[in-house]
Design a protein around this ligand. Structure first.
Ligand SMILES: [Zn+2]
Length: 417
């Protein structure tokens, strides 16, 4: 399609403009917490308005601005692009080789917190939307952009809120989260965050174990017991089996630790926090632990909960209770869906390679779109080393190519021959 080639040429011609937009986004520190999002929201809205892109800011609460921008013909199909404008804190500044909010380009890389996760991907989508509007490219359908303020702190007042309140609906969705140029994410594990509590009876420390009931010792038994959850795994067939296989290979290559590929198809358990007791010479009457359980496709959160119940029952201990603060199911999109085909076709044309489609071991806002029945992928530029760590960067060439892929997908999905 000629229009696509022209648009790609135009992206090349204006690459400085695209990279400058990404640098501007990096220069605005949007660390979450605290999540001061108003300045960046105003900046993005003004940028879009310059090209006549219609947009509206929705606030479920003060300082939780969600931008919904649209371009095209509302009668046709709807393709959503989504990105978060918040970033994780820079942390210990002495561990950075550069100012995390410098937003400078050096040796073919943009430097700074949020370059890979995910202001470069977001910048690419904003740029493409502006370009389509400026060139008045006619679409048979509608392109949406949703920019959310709180992905790094769970997405409750961002993507979850806009999806559950039907502020945006669509036929497919692309989340511009960092996947690297040669991979797209087509599924992710579920999550269960469990707070375990043990209650005991206090006594003088010198009398233990004959008098009193030690809550810490009971909690340790339960924590040992729930390690058996890591044996739970999914059974797969058809395309899911294929993607699982490919994802395990990718995980092994990326993480390079013996057995690490099991994170793709097995439950994993991390005891993240523990506290209990009052003083060394007292038998503790309370203890608690926070546990992060990740759940692969083919295993439900209910199955994990049933297993936790069984562990506690089999131990036959009194005073053990638990609650969960985050519960989400594993989710995926078919690799035969139109959106997956569109990203594969366009990356092939832009980069000349067949990209992989894999399941990720963590989770993201993609789950909210998928749980609303919207086929969703993640694709975005990334250098994985610095994400949620120090010295975060993104390669300039990856940003330009990703923008071309986004533009190509809009034309493939929303311009009908
Ligand atoms: Zn992210």
């Amino acid at each position: 399609m000629n229009i696509k080639k022209e648009l790609w040429k135009e992206i090349d011609n204006r690459k400085e403009q695209l990279i400058d937009l990404c640098c501007q986004l990096i220069k605005m520190p949007t660390e979450n917490p605290p999540g001061e999002m108003e300045d960046i929201t105003e900046f993005i809205c003004k940028y879009l308005e310059k090209f006549g892109v219609e947009n509206k800011v929705h606030r479920p609460k003060p300082n939780k601005p969600n931008i919904v921008a649209k371009y095209g013909n509302e009668k046709g199909k709807k393709l959503i692009f989504n990105g978060h404008a918040d970033v994780v804190p820079a942390g210990d500044l002495s561990k950075w080789d550069f100012d995390p909010y410098c937003g400078k380009v050096k040796d073919g890389k943009i430097l700074g917190r949020g370059t890979s996760d995910m202001k470069a991907g977001l910048g690419g989508v904003i740029f493409v939307m502006g370009l389509l509007a400026e060139k008045k490219i006619p679409l048979d359908g509608q392109m949406f952009l949703t920019v959310v303020p709180d992905e790094e702190i769970s997405g409750e007042l961002g993507t979850k809120w806009i999806v559950e309140n039907n502020i945006v609906t669509g036929d497919a969705c692309v989340v511009a989260e960092p996947t690297g140029y040669d991979n797209c994410e087509v599924g992710q594990r579920g999550t269960l965050w469990v707070n375990l509590k043990a209650e005991g009876t206090s006594a003088h420390g010198s009398l233990s174990p004959y008098v009193g009931d030690n809550a810490i010792e009971k909690l340790i038994k339960v924590l040992e017991g729930i390690k058996c959850l890591t044996k739970l795994h999914g059974e797969y067939e058809g395309e899911v089996k294929e993607v699982i296989k490919e994802s395990k290979i990718a995980a092994k290559e990326c993480l390079n630790k013996p057995g690490v590929e099991n994170i793709i198809d097995h439950v994993t358990v991390n005891i993240g926090q523990i506290k209990g007791g009052t003083k060394t010479n007292m038998v503790p009457d309370s203890a608690q632990a926070d546990v992060d359980i990740r759940i692969p496709l083919g295993v439900s959160t209910q199955r994990v909960i049933d297993n936790i119940d069984k562990v506690i029952e089999d131990l036959n201990l009194k005073g053990i209770t638990y609650t969960y603060s985050w519960r989400s199911e594993p989710n995926n999109v078919s690799i035969n869906s139109e959106i997956v085909k569109a990203v594969k076709r366009n990356t092939k044309d832009v980069l000349g390679i067949d990209i992989s489609a894999t399941y990720q071991w963590a989770s993201s806002d993609a789950r909210y779109f998928r749980s609303a029945g919207i086929p969703t992928i993640q694709y975005g530029p990334a250098n994985t080393e610095g994400i949620h760590s120090y010295n975060e960067t993104v390669d300039v060439k990856d940003v330009i190519n990703a923008a071309k892929v986004y533009a190509g997908m809009v034309l493939d999905m929303l311009v009908y021959d």
